[in-house]
Design a protein around this ligand. Structure first.
Ligand SMILES: [Zn+2]
Length: 173
């Protein structure tokens, strides 16, 4: 019998289980949880924050705000759809945002929890988040500046650079 790790409680669970017997986590979501590296590397996490906070799940807005092409924006939305952050969009029906800002942070923090014990991975993520925050600040994208700093601080609560930057942008919109 093959076993996989439950991302919620970290117990090993049969691949045949639909929910984790320990905590009830829907195991169908495990693939997307294991996909978290791709999630953060693909800009999808940044798009997720933007879409959830602005309540605007339109490809057009994302293309403009992030200065990316249609295909890349579409790929980000497919990831958000898989993670149940937005509904599927088909033809005339536009997508809907399914999570509140707080729920999104909880989801993202759960992804980050799964790397917290790996110091080198944590350092790599924190560096990336701070680098992204600076880039988004230059672009005037304060939503993504804040979310990247919050993620950096979640992994490294005492990070001086992130604390200083977060303090400075706290009142910007
Ligand atoms: Zn579990």
């Amino acid at each position: 019998m093959a076993l996989i790790k439950c991302p919620e409680c970290m117990n090993m669970v049969s691949t045949h289980a639909t929910v984790c017997p320990n905590c009830g986590f829907p195991m169908s979501l495990v693939d997307s949880y294991n996909d978290y590296l791709g999630f953060f590397d693909s800009m999808a996490a940044d798009v997720a924050f933007y879409v959830v906070i602005k309540r605007d799940p339109s490809i057009n807005s994302i293309q403009k705000r992030f200065d990316i092409g249609f295909n890349k924006a579409q790929q980000c939305f497919e990831k958000l759809e898989k993670l149940k952050i937005v509904t599927a969009g088909s033809g005339q029906t536009s997508r809907k945002v399914l999570l509140s800002e707080e729920e999104l942070y909880n989801t993202i923090f759960k992804h980050l929890d799964s790397i917290k014990n790996d110091t080198s991975l944590v350092n790599k993520y924190v560096d990336n988040f701070i680098k992204n925050a600076k880039r988004y600040l230059e672009d005037g994208n304060i939503i993504c500046t804040k979310s990247n700093l919050k993620m950096a601080l979640y992994l490294d609560t005492k990070n001086q650079e992130a604390l200083y930057a977060f303090d400075k942008i706290q009142n910007l919109h």
